[in-house]
Design a protein around this ligand. Sequence first.
Ligand SMILES: [Fe+2]
Length: 195
Amino acid sequence: MASDSARVIGEIRRVFAERGDSAYGGEAVSQQEHALQAAHLARIAGADAGLTVAALLHDVGHLLHDLPDDAPDDGVDDRHERLAASWLARWFGAEVVEPVRLHVEAKRYLCAVDPSYERRLSEPSRLSLKLQGGPMTEAEVEAFQSSPHHAAALALRGWDDEAKDPHAVVEGLDAYIPLIEEANRSSCGDLRGER
Ligand SMILES: [Fe+2]
């Protein structure tokens, strides 16, 4: 894990500049608008730096591959949560990486434990659910609940589901630079403490 926050900030700026205008699935917002709205919702909910950065970057995996925006329409799951988690693990610790890795599992979990949740999902989200494995089985629910990061993943999932408002006015990427620096610093501190 690199302690160079200037490098990660440069990488984040680059991927959003190059791909942030792409469509967020079949929703009425771009990838960057969705990311900034999710981060805004995390911040006003009082999330700490790590979870706010996780909200900001939870879908960065969509910006790291060359599949088309409408890949789910062709029956393709881009596995963006795994791509994002591997990419983020270069700079951040579990408090950022794990909620991102689990945010698709959180949707499958909520569909299993709360039937009304699936009915409230947007159409594109319902379509991707099928490709992602559908609602969890009982054994999967138990395994998910045993993760120390499941509560953070559920919180992130809630902001993810809300962050699709084409009329929302929120802060830009610059507002999150200090939180990215803080999350990167504390991840490196954790790593030193583990030695
Ligand atoms: Fe999302």
